[in-house]
Each structure stands twice: as structure tokens, then as C-alpha cells.
Design a protein around this ligand. Structure first.
Ligand code: ATP
Length: 260
């Protein structure tokens, strides 16, 4: 176990941003914290890294780490190459050579001023720096934010490569399709709570859609017509005609909750 979070609570005044959550991440895993805006994902990462003071709970982090923050701010007055030099001075885990290779792949010029980079290019630069740190665990807050689909796939590929090398990745996202592409384990968060925390395959196996005519089902009422109702619920609670359900709908059912 490389990371263990137990009964973590973080309140901002009365706002329970993180409300008693627990999860574990094993070495080499790609773990996604998935949830809608304001769910508490960033706050969770910040509490783990000591950037926010938790109210309660225990956090065990066994290894070195690098962090890609949600707000990807870098020294705007520097050129890309100067930024690499600064990072090299600040971090003993950083390899400038590795960063140059990644930047070449992203087609970012070393002589470019950071202030002149587009939002997506800034994310690519930041990702290149973070992945050039030789650490055990990478915390990535919305690593694909603002990237076009091709660049997004490139970043997802990088995550996959790092995981194949035995590195651990903890990342936040609200893009279901990308989580499905690379994460093995997922914690679905909403309003500060973890609603489901399991291997993606297990979550997909656990939930089904069921179509009933006269009965009610303990689950999320997804659609209702004159003659039938479609619920999304766990396999055990399902009645009537049972069908497989997509991960999108499982997410919707969990986040929106039971609706009668
Ligand atoms: N510094 C802060 N002061 C007060 N409230 C905050 C602060 N940071 C976050 N919050 C609140 O805590 C809750 C969780 O926010 P957080 O940024 O952790 O969510 P998130 O899941 O990362 O959202 P997003 O996907 O939009 O980035 C929200 O209600 C937010 O308004």
C-alpha cells in the first residue's frame, strides 16, 4: 500500500468539502478520483499533500511524489528552458533531459516565453515537468484540462507508460470516458463523500438497468413512460427486465441519487 486515506474530513466553515472519506491505493495502480465540479477532489489531493490542513483523519503516504496542480501557473517571464533550469535547481528528482524529450514530443519550443504559451501548451509544459520527476507517486489534478482530443490521448498514454513502469498515479477528472480508458480503480465523489470505491470492472458489474411496469425499485429512476419505468440500481435490488448499463449512467445514478 502506497497511499492510505482514512476518515478524512475537511470543512470550510459549514461547507463539508471532504466529509469522512477513506480509500487505499496500491503501488503501480492508476487511481481516479472522479466527481462533478465541487465534489471535493482537489481538496482531497491538497489535504494528502499537506497543502490544506485537515480537520480529522489519517493519511499515510509511503513514497516520494510529484504534483500537477489544478491551477497550472508557472513563471510567466521565463522561457521554457529557463523554467527547466529552475526546476532542476529546486528538485533532486528532476531530469532535464527527460523533460526536453517530452517537450519535443509535445512540439513545445525551448526558447518560447511561457507567457506566450496557450492554455493547453501550459498544461503540456507542466505535465512534462511533473513526469520528468523520478518519484513513486504522481498526483495529477485534472491533467487533461484544456487539451484537444489528440493531446488528451497523448497524456493518457503517458500515464499508462508511467504505470507500466511501476509508478503510481492518483488523478482527478470529471471526464468519464478518459477514466474508463486508463483507470483501474475509481472513487466516485460527490458533495464531499465517496459514493463508490472499487475496481472499474467491479462497479460496471455491480449496477444494471431494470425495466418494470407496475413495481417500484429501490434505485435511481432514470426514465419513465406511460407504460414502464427504467431504474438504475444494483444487481441485487433489480426487478423486472434486466439490462447492462453504461458507466455514464452509473455515474449519473450515483451522483443524482435515488429519485422517486
Ligand atoms: N479555499 C477554499 N475556501 C472555501 N471553500 C473552498 C475552498 N476550496 C474549495 N472550497 C469548496 O470546497 C468544495 C470542494 O471543492 P473542490 O475544489 O475540492 O472540488 P473539486 O471536486 O475539485 O471541483 P472541480 O472539479 O470543480 O475542480 C466546494 O464547495 C468549494 O466551493
Amino acid at each position: 500500500m502506497i497511499l492510505k486515506v482514512k476518515n478524512l474530513k475537511k470543512y470550510y466553515g459549514k461547507n463539508k468539502a471532504v466529509d469522512n472519506i477513506s480509500f487505499e491505493v496500491q503501488k503501480g495502480e492508476v487511481f481516479a478520483l472522479l466527481g462533478p465540479n465541487g465534489a471535493g477532489k482537489t481538496t482531497t489531493l491538497k489535504c494528502i499533500l499537506g497543502l490544506r490542513k485537515k480537520n480529522e483523519g489519517n493519511i499515510t503516504l509511503n513514497g516520494t511524489y510529484a504534483y500537477l496542480p489544478e491551477k497550472k501557473e508557472l513563471y510567466h517571464h521565463l522561457t521554457v528552458e529557463k523554467m527547466l533550469n529552475v526546476t532542476e535547481e529546486l528538485s533532486k528528482y528532476f531530469s532535464k533531459q527527460k523533460a526536453i524529450e517530452l517537450l519535443e514530443d509535445f512540439k513545445i519550443n525551448l526558447t518560447e516565453k511561457i507567457a506566450n504559451l496557450s492554455h493547453g501548451m501550459l498544461t503540456q509544459l507542466y505535465i512534462s515537468i511533473v513526469f520528468s520527476e523520478d518519484v513513486d507517486i504522481y498526483f495529477l489534478d485534472e491533467p487533461t484540462w484544456g487539451l484537444d482530443p489528440l493531446m488528451r490521448n497523448k497524456v493518457l498514454n503517458l500515464i499508462r507508460i508511467m504505470s507500466n513502469k511501476g509508478k503510481t498515479i492518483v488523478y482527478t477528472s470529471h471526464i468519464l470516458s478518459e477514466v474508463e480508458k486508463i483507470a483501474e480503480k475509481v472513487a466516485i465523489m460527490s458533495r464531499g463523500k465517496i459514493l463508490e470505491n472499487d475496481y472499474l470492472d467491479n462497479i460496471k458489474e455491480k449496477y444494471v438497468a431494470c425495466i418494470v411496469t407496475n413495481e417500484d425499485v429501490d434505485g435511481y429512476l432514470y426514465k419513465q413512460t406511460e407504460n414502464e419505468k427504467i431504474y438504475i440500481t444494483t444487481r441485487e435490488k433489480a426487478k423486472g427486465k434486466i439490462e447492462p448499463v453504461t458507466f455514464d449512467l452509473i455515474f449519473e445514478a450515483l451522483v443524482k441519487g435515488v429519485k422517486k
